[in-house]
Design a protein around this ligand. Structure first.
Ligand SMILES: C[S@@+](CC[C@H](N)C(=O)[O-])C[C@H]1O[C@@H](n2cnc3c(N)ncnc32)[C@H](O)[C@@H]1O
Length: 202
């Protein structure tokens, strides 16, 4: 590919990213006005889990995001049918969302259920859990916030455990049960459950 085409592609991607962050920032400022803390599900898929969680936790305000439009639309339908006024679902990329989140809003609980495991070694760089994403999650998490991660994939579980253990902003916690059971779309197709909990530390 010619060099100038590569440069234009990079500039275009950066401009698109900035536009996404600005648009999300405006949406979030309006939707979360007056709030300080949220329960956040990253990669909410069809919204099964977060819609049920929100229905059972009227005192928490929940935000679910996913990259895929039709999954977000299904999630929004669950919110509408359930007449849930304490949850919103947005189409958003996670790093852009975390960047766009207004400064006065903190993540109180973070849930990541069955994220894409990217099993091939050459694709591990695509896994959501990386030092950089743990940094950004920690930056946007309030003191004592919790991170809950569930996967069927043994290798991704071990990867996450190691990344969290060696990250200064999070401390692994053992022994607590998974906070809320509701089968997700992907969970129905999986055989194993591997859970991890971590707490935000100063
Ligand atoms: C394997 S699915 C699991 C969905 C849901 N949690 C469940 O258990 O049914 C992973 C989801 O994460 C979403 N996803 C992956 N990377 C993402 C990112 N960077 N930002 C937002 N969503 C993402 C995908 O679109 C997909 O819907």
């Amino acid at each position: 590919m010619p060099e100038h085409t590569k440069v234009m592609g990079k500039e275009w991607a950066e401009a698109r990213r900035s536009a996404n962050v600005a648009r999300l920032g405006a949406t979030l400022a309006a939707a979360l006005a007056g709030r300080t803390g949220i329960t956040f599900e990253l990669g909410c898929g069809h919204g099964h889990w977060l819609a049920a969680y929100a229905a059972a936790h009227a005192d928490e305000f929940c935000v679910g995001i996913d990259l895929i439009t039709h999954r977000v639309e299904r999630s929004v339908r669950k919110q509408t049918l359930g007449k849930l006024d304490n949850v919103i679902f947005l189409k958003a990329e996670a790093m852009e969302f975390l960047e766009a989140l207004p400064g006065e809003i903190f993540l109180e609980k973070i849930f990541i259920l069955y994220p894409d495991p990217w099993p091939k070694k050459k694709h591990h760089k695509n896994r959501f859990i990386q030092a950089s994403s743990l940094d950004l999650l920690a930056k946007r998490a309030g003191p004592g916030a919790s991170l809950h991660f569930r996967t069927d994939d043994a290798d991704y579980f071990e990867w996450t455990r190691t990344h969290v253990e060696t990250h200064g902003g999070w401390k692994l916690k053992a022994g607590n049960p998974w906070p809320f059971e509701q089968t997700t779309f992907f969970e129905e197709r999986m055989k194993a459950k591997r859970d991890l909990e971590a707490e935000r530390v100063p």
